[in-house]
Structure formats: structure tokens, C-alpha cells
Design a protein around this ligand. Structure first.
Ligand code: ADP
Length: 878
């Protein structure tokens, strides 16, 4: 560049006498005395930007700073080297050096291009700066890097006499910024700048002149950008704002390169390290690592992986194969040989753990050969394998389940408005015995029961219309039998809503359907049974409102079964009966849900009716009574005959007592007759004073009352019992029996002892019946006493209270009853008395009466005789 030709021009001023001939190098300008350019010559002239007007001065061809060199007139410029910078068509200056010499009338300016020379000089000046920058950036520690870049940018800012510098480095997904100072860069991360960075050609320095947007952002200051590129892309840009002058392009690019290259190297290295760490981490997390196997040598493993597997980092082939599961050794050996022949290696192998009890781990062993050397990676796929095995097992279980279940899963493809069988689960064969490719499987409609075909056609229609269906129909199996199938199907559509296929399920519900049918039939039979039963059957709620009542019940109650619904059962019961009824219901529990009783009803237009009534409570899960089912039977007739029996027994007792009673009535008559006879005698004697007569009359009156009382009691006793039970004091029955028997017993020499009670508790029942029981017991005692001929016979009656129970005890001293007979004496017709004397009914009837009163009649022996105990529930103690 700066060869010998030019050296002389710098070494010394131009010779005063230049050769006349025009040199064919450089640039020549012929000027007049006013420095107006007359003519141009030389190869460089084509570069010049011409002023475009005639008579232009040489100054008009020059950059402004060169005018200083050409002060005054051409005559003044002679004899000295002139350095002149010309405007060029390329935009940058043409640096020249030359001299002026006289030429005919004017002057000739001979100039040579010294651009290269100047550049050399500048390079020489900048080289230390470049070296410094590179050195500083290469040597500083990572923590000081940002600071060092900033310092270097700052010194470059001074060098370029600029306001601010910013270096941006390309990073994946954006640009990384370094600034010369923390002061707000005119456009910190402006989007417009980012967009332009990607658009600008990265060939050379760009001076931003015609981008008002950017310049405005830059606060109106000048702006130029210097690229640094590798390949086609800009890897970095240096942005310089507010520089007084745009530096020489090559210099600027060299400076940017010296700043960027070490930075990029460091940056890339950092990225690589980061990625390597990242990769190591990933490898470790994945349980993966590389391996290499030279053509002649040992397997070499990623150190981390080798450590994890308990290998040295170099492993011989035998050792490697030895650590594989025996089943994997041969495939591994073969795959290795093939890989050495150039085929890709990809094999799942099990590596045995050094602990023989631990399960082997699955690895994907993959690699590729190149020039006899194999290279690849090992990836731990134990978790995947485990999942695969689990999924496989789950799938097998599911398939097994489907195959064994009473369900067939099917798929029907949709084509042109019709459905075509596409798939059946394996359960088809065991369930229907159809061949998978048989006629029925292809066209299931053919297997539908003739009666159900409309259902089948409707199923397909509604499936296509509504997208789903659920119905049941009968399908024929291969043996000709029919199965009730529950069909649940759904239509799947594509993205456009067009039908694609039907996925459905057939469930064999034959058993359930038949069971339901059997149930319906049995319900029907039950209904008929209930309807036609002569018994009264009803269901009612705990509040006694009727849910259902059959015809016999309705007939008894004088209404229709429909009218019974909702009717109150209590309306036919007296208040006491109703109370007793409800109490009985309250006592029902899930454990003791059944209770029965004889209830008395007041039926419309009829006398009282007696029903034997059995209830069964129905409870919910929490033991609450929901409803009661009841069966009743009319017991009125039985009741009546029982009453007649009782009545008969009573009359019999009365008859039996007749002798005693006659005596009882005779007694007052005797007394009265005596009184009358005596009174008459006195009257005859004339000694009947009024006081005597009054005394006699009063005696007669007392005897009349006594006889009247007795007759009244006999009348009451002989009357039929009332229908319903009444409350009465138990002791009154004792007194009644005493009134009837006292005289007769006294006549037989038997002492009847009554122990007057302190209180008179009430019981529920019929007083005449309890009286009859007491009479029976006392008569039996009397008979035993007379039979035993006891010296001082007595019968004692007393009352005792035990909590809510009242005892009436009838004791005698007739020697008692043989313990073996204690059970039997209550049997009907059991008697030890001679034929015609005893009936054997007295105790059995008495037992029945006491039981009906809710009590108990028992016997035991005392030291002297027998003791009968009537135990009754106290109803009211008042
Ligand atoms: P009947 O008096 O007609 O025999 P009952 O049923 O009243 O029938 O009595 C059954 C039997 O019980 C009597 O025959 C008698 O043997 C026995 N019996 C009842 N009361 C007594 C008593 N107080 N002492 C001894 N035996 C008695």
C-alpha cells in the first residue's frame, strides 16, 4: 500500500519543477488564480462528488475542515504539502496529499490518495486501545465483568467524544444490554429500537440520519450504530449517541470487535457451562448419561452415571454383560455386534443391582457407531417400565373384567344414515354365543325378538336424533334362547358435529327383568290375597290415619275401601280404648315389632264389636315407626259366648249360694216376725207403750234394710257385665263377696276374716267378675275346710300393695294343695270333688277373668293351708 512510489511524497516537499507530462495516477485539478477549477483529470476524479455548478472553486469539492489548508489564493499554497479531504460520491471523504505547481497561466494541483496511509497511522494510534480493551475483558473475574465492560465503554465514549454508548449482544430470544453509564439511555429498551436491530443490515457502520423517530428518542443527538457480525447475522451492535463526529468505519468496527469478541466468548462459555450444568442436572434427574465404546477398548461411562450404577468409569465387555439380567445378555451382545457393523443400537436392558435382593433397573441403551467407535446414552426407564407394567396389568384386568362381565361393549360405525357393527368386546361369545364375524354380530337387528323389533328401530332413530339412548329389548343367543339386554349407547360426533360412531354397552338384565316380573306377579297375588281375605287388613300411620284398608274392614266399618283412606281409626274407639291402642303402638320397637290385643269398637248402628287385632310396625333405619300393618278378626261372637259362660258360672254360684242366701234373707224375716209377735203381745196386754213400739219398729226397719241391701246386691251380681271395663276399688269386690257368703260360712262354722285395707286402690275391669273370682276362691276354701274337718276352720282375705301391683290374698287352714297339682287345678274341668259336686271350672274361669284384667292368679301353700293370690295392675290409687 505505502510502497516506494509514495514514500518520496512524504519524505520531502514536491520538487519545484514538476514534469510537464500529466501523471496518469491520482487526481489533478487545474485552477485559475481564483482557485476556480478549470479541469479535472486522473483516475480518482470519478470518485469526487461534483459541486454541480460551473465555475466552482476547489473549496466546493472539499470537506469543510480542508478549507483551512487552502486559505488565500493558489499562489500562497505553493511549495508545501497539502492534505485535502474531498467529498466523494460514496459519502465518506477521499483523503489526499499533494502539491500545487504553476502551470501555464494557472495552477495544477497534483494529489494522491493517502487513505491507506492515514488508516495505518490511525491503527497505529488505536492499537494500544484495542489491546487494552481485549485484555481487560478477557482477564477480569466474572463478578467484575459488567463493571469492566462499563469502564471500557466509558473510555470508548471519551475516545469518540460521544454522550453515551450502549452495547447490545444477541441472546436467545432478545438482546442483552451494556451501557456506558447508569444514566437513562435515551431509549432504554425501546421496542422500535429492538425491531430495527433485527432489520438493519449488519455490514457496516450505520449513521442514523433519516429516522426522525429514533433521533427524537435520542433527544435530537446524532446516532450511529456499529455492528459486529459472525456469519450473516449481527451478533452485537454498538450504539453511540451524541458523537461529534462519525469515526472511521474500519476503526469503529475494529473497536467494537475488540470489545465484543472477548465478551461474546465469555458469554458463550458461560452459556455452555450453564447448559452443561443444566444437562448434568437433567441427566442426573433422568438417570441418564452418555457412554462411549472405542473399537478396541473398554466401555467408558459418564462418571456420574458410572458412580450411580457402581461401575468404574471404564468397564470391560464381560463385566458389562455380567451386570445385565441373564435374559438380556444375549440380545445385548447381538445388538452390540450389529452396532459395530453400523446399525443403530436401541435396546431396553435390565441392570442387576449389586444388592441381589433389590429389583433390577430398566435402562434404554441407545447409541450409534462411527468408524468402529460407538457412542450413545443410557436412560433409566425403570419408572416408565413400572408404569407400563402397571398399565399392562390394569389393561389385562380390565379386559378380563369386560370379558367376564355380563356386559358387551360394542362400537357401531356411522355411514350414510346407518350404523354398522365395528367392534365387540370378548364378552360377546360367553354372553350371546355369537361368532364375532357371524350374521348376528354383523346385523344385531336380526337377533332382536320379533316383539321387540319396533323398540330396536326406535333405539337407532333416537340415538341418531338425541345422541344417546337407554332401552331394553330381547336378543337371541346362538342356541335360540332370548336374553333381556339393557342397551346404553352414545353417539360420538366429529369436530363438525357429523356422526362418527356409536359406543354402547349391552348388559344382560334377564335375571333382573325376570325377578321384577316375578315380583310384580307376587305383588299381584298378594294384592288379591289381601283384597279377598275374609280377615280385616289395613295399613295405617302411627297417628291412626288409614293408608289402606281392604273390603272386609270397610264393610265392618260401614264404608267403602276408598273412604277408608285417610280415615281416623280412632273414631271407632272409645277414649280409653284409643288411649290403650296408642300405648300399645308406642311399645312397638324394631326388635319387638308385633303386638296383638282384643279391641272393642263402637261401630255405627251396631252394638259393640270385639276384634282380635294384630299389629306389625314398620320402622325406618333410625328405628322410627313409619306405619303399621294390621290384621283383625271379629271376635264379638266368641266374646259373647264367653260372657254367657261367665254369666252361667255366676248364676251357678248364686244357685250354689242359694241355701246360705235363703238363710241370709230368712234371718231378718225371723227377727221381724219376733218383733211383730212381741209387739202384738204387748198391745194385747195393753202394755204397749210408744217407746217399746218404736224400738220394735226400728228393729224391723233395720232388718228390712238389711234384706233389701242383700237382694239389691244379688240383683247387681246377677246382672250381665257391662261391655267396657270400668274403674273400681278392688276391695269393694271383697266386700260384695263377703256380703253374699258371710252368713252361709258362719252357718257352716267357718270364720271369714277380712283385714280392712288402709287404702282403696282402683283396678280396671268388671267388679261382678272379680267378685265371682273371690266367691270361687272362698267357696273352694270352704269346701276344703269342710272336707278336711278342720277343728277351727277360717278363711282370711286381705289386700297388699307392691308398687303398681295390688294383691288380693285368700288363705285358708285346710291343709293346702299337693304341689304337683298347682299347675293342673287351673285347667278346665279339673276337679278332685266327687262327680256331680265339682265342675272343675271355677279356677279356670277365675284365671281367665284375672288374665283379662291384665293380672295373674297363682297359688302357693302356707304352713296351714292354701293361699291364692290375685295380682292386678293398679289403675288409679285414689
Ligand atoms: P271344683 O271346685 O268344681 O272342683 P275348681 O276349679 O274350683 O273346681 O277347683 C279345682 C280343684 O282344686 C278342686 O277340686 C280342689 O281339689 C282344688 N282346690 C281348690 N281350692 C282349694 C283349696 N283352698 N284347698 C284345697 N284344694 C283346693
Amino acid at each position: 500500500m505505502s510502497g516506494g512510489l509514495f514514500d518520496r511524497w512524504f519524505a520531502a516537499p514536491a520538487p519545484a519543477q514538476a514534469p510537464e507530462a500529466t501523471p496518469a495516477v491520482g487526481l489533478q485539478l487545474w485552477l485559475d488564480d481564483q482557485a476556480r477549477v478549470l479541469r479535472l483529470a486522473g483516475p480518482l476524479r470519478s470518485l469526487l462528488a461534483l459541486p454541480g455548478q460551473a465555475g466552482a472553486r476547489v473549496h466546493d469539492y472539499l470537506e469543510r475542515h480542508s478549507w483551512l489548508v487552502l486559505e488565500g489564493h493558489p499562489a500562497d499554497w505553493q511549495g508545501q504539502p497539502l492534505d485535502l479531504d474531498f467529498h466523494t460520491v460514496m459519502g465518506h471523504a477521499l483523503h489526499t496529499r499533494g502539491w500545487l505547481q504553476r502551470h501555464e497561466q494557472g495552477w495544477m494541483l497534483q494529489l494522491f490518495d493517502i487513505g491507506d496511509l492515514l488508516r495505518e497511522q490511525r491503527w497505529d494510534r488505536q492499537r494500544p486501545l484495542l489491546g487494552e480493551i481485549g485484555h481487560a475483558l478477557r482477564e477480569c473475574g466474572a463478578e467484575r465483568l459488567a463493571q469492566t465492560v462499563r469502564e471500557q465503554l466509558r473510555s470508548l465514549t471519551e475516545h469518540w467524544q460521544a454522550a453515551a454508548l450502549r452495547l447490545v449482544l444477541r441472546e436467545p430470544g432478545g438482546w442483552r444490554h451494556f451501557a456506558s453509564s447508569d444514566d437513562a439511555w435515551p431509549w432504554p429498551d425501546d421496542r422500535r429500537l429492538r425491531d430495527r436491530l433485527d432489520q438493519w443490515p449488519a455490514q457496516t457502520l450505520i449513521e442514523v440520519r433519516d429516522d426522525p423517530d429514533l433521533l427524537a428518542l435520542c433527544g435530537g443527538a446524532s446516532l450511529f450504530l456499529v455492528p459486529y457480525r459472525q456469519g450473516l447475522e449481527a451478533e452485537a451492535w454498538m450504539l453511540c449517541a451524541g458523537a461529534r463526529q462519525v469515526p472511521a468505519v474500519d476503526m469503529a468496527m475494529a473497536l467494537v470487535r475488540s470489545l465484543t469478541e472477548p465478551l461474546l466468548v465469555r458469554h458463550r462459555r458461560q452459556q455452555l457451562q450453564h447448559q452443561a450444568h443444566h444437562l448434568d442436572d437433567l441427566q442426573q434427574q433422568l438417570g441418564a448419561g452418555w457412554w462411549e465404546w472405542p473399537a478396541h477398548g473398554d466401555l467408558q461411562l459418564d462418571p456420574a452415571l458410572a458412580a450411580a450404577l457402581g461401575f468404574d468409569s471404564r468397564v470391560g465387555q464381560a463385566q458389562w454383560l455380567d451386570r445385565l439380567h441373564p435374559a438380556d445378555r444375549e440380545p445385548a451382545q447381538l445388538a452390540l455386534d450389529q452396532a459395530r457393523d453400523g446399525q443403530a443400537l436401541s435396546l431396553g436392558v435390565r441392570l442387576l443391582d449389586r444388592d441381589p435382593l433389590a429389583a433390577p433397573r430398566w435402562f434404554q441403551w441407545a447409541g450409534q457407531g462411527r468408524g468402529g467407535q460407538l457412542r450413545g446414552f443410557l436412560l433409566d426407564i425403570s419408572a416408565l417400565k413400572a408404569q407400563e407394567q402397571q398399565a399392562g396389568a390394569a389393561r389385562a384386568r380390565l379386559e378380563n373384567l369386560i370379558a367376564r362381565s355380563p356386559a358387551v361393549i360394542y362400537v357401531q360405525r356411522y355411514a350414510e344414515g346407518a350404523l354398522h357393527s365395528d367392534f365387540y368386546s370378548a364378552s360377546l361369545a360367553p354372553l350371546l354365543g355369537w361368532e364375532a364375524d357371524g350374521e348376528f354380530a354383523r346385523q344385531p337387528g336380526l337377533a332382536v325378538h320379533p316383539d321387540d323389533r319396533p323398540l330396536w328401530l326406535e333405539r337407532t332413530r333416537s340415538l341418531l336424533r338425541d345422541g344417546q339412548v337407554r332401552c331394553r329389548y330381547r336378543l337371541r343367543d346362538h342356541l335360540g334362547g332370548y336374553h333381556w339386554m339393557l342397551d346404553e349407547a352414545r353417539l360420538l360426533r366429529d369436530d363438525l358435529g357429523q356422526p362418527l360412531e356409536v359406543v354402547g354397552l349391552w348388559l344382560d338384565v334377564s335375571e333382573a327383568t325376570e325377578a321384577a316380573e316375578r315380583m310384580r306377579q307376587s305383588e299381584e297375588r298378594y294384592r288379591v290375597l289381601v283384597e279377598d281375605s275374609p280377615a280385616m287388613i289395613c295399613r295405617y300411620r302411627p297417628d291412626l290415619s288409614v293408608l289402606f284398608g281392604n273390603r272386609p274392614l270397610a264393610d265392618y266399618l260401614g264404608c267403602t275401601p276408598e273412604q277408608l283412606q285417610g280415615a281416623d281409626l280412632g273414631q271407632w274407639l272409645s277414649a280409653d280404648q284409643r288411649e290403650g291402642f296408642i300405648q300399645r303402638l308406642r311399645a312397638l320397637t324394631p326388635e319387638q315389632p308385633v303386638s296383638s290385643a282384643e279391641i272393642c269398637l263402637q261401630l255405627p248402628g251396631r252394638e259393640h264389636a270385639w276384634w282380635v287385632w294384630a299389629d306389625r310396625g314398620m320402622f325406618d333405619g333410625e328405628g322410627r315407626l313409619l306405619e303399621v300393618q294390621a290384621v283383625g278378626r271379629d271376635n264379638t261372637e266368641v266374646r259373647r259366648s264367653q260372657q254367657q259362660l261367665l254369666q252361667g258360672a255366676k248364676m251357678a254360684t248364686l244357685g250354689e249360694l242359694a241355701t246360705g242366701l235363703l238363710h241370709e234373707i230368712n234371718q231378718p224375716l225371723n227377727v221381724m216376725r219376733m218383733a211383730v209377735v212381741n209387739a202384738l203381745k204387748r198391745l194385747e196386754n195393753g202394755a204397749a207403750d210408744p217407746a217399746y213400739l218404736e224400738d220394735k219398729l226400728r228393729r224391723i226397719e233395720a232388718q228390712v234394710e238389711r234384706a233389701a241391701r242383700l237382694v239389691e246386691h244379688m240383683r247387681v251380681y246377677g246382672r250381665r257385665s257391662t261391655v267396657e271395663r270400668e274403674r273400681f276399688a278392688a276391695w269393694c269386690a271383697v266386700q260384695g263377696a263377703h256380703a253374699l257368703l258371710e252368713e252361709g260360712l258362719r252357718g257352716k262354722g267357718v270364720a271369714l276374716q277380712l283385714e280392712s285395707p288402709e287404702a282403696m286402690p282402683q283396678v280396671l275391669g268388671h267388679q261382678d267378675q272379680l267378685e265371682q273370682v273371690l266367691i270361687n276362691l272362698m267357696v273352694n276354701a270352704r269346701d276344703a275346710l269342710l272336707e278336711q274337718q278342720v277343728a277351727q276352720p277360717w278363711i282370711r282375705v286381705r289386700q297388699a300393695l307392691h308398687g303398681e301391683r295390688l294383691w288380693l290374698l285368700v288363705e285358708d287352714n285346710a291343709g293346702g294343695i299337693d304341689a304337683r297339682l298347682h299347675e293342673r287345678i287351673f285347667e278346665p274341668f279339673f276337679t278332685t270333688k266327687p262327680a256331680g259336686v265339682g265342675t272343675g271350672l271355677g279356677l279356670s274361669v277365675s284365671h281367665g277373668i284375672v288374665s283379662q284384667m291384665g293380672g295373674e292368679l297363682t297359688v302357693s301353700n302356707t304352713p296351714g293351708g292354701a293361699c291364692f293370690c290375685i295380682e292386678l295392675p293398679v289403675h288409679c290409687t285414689s
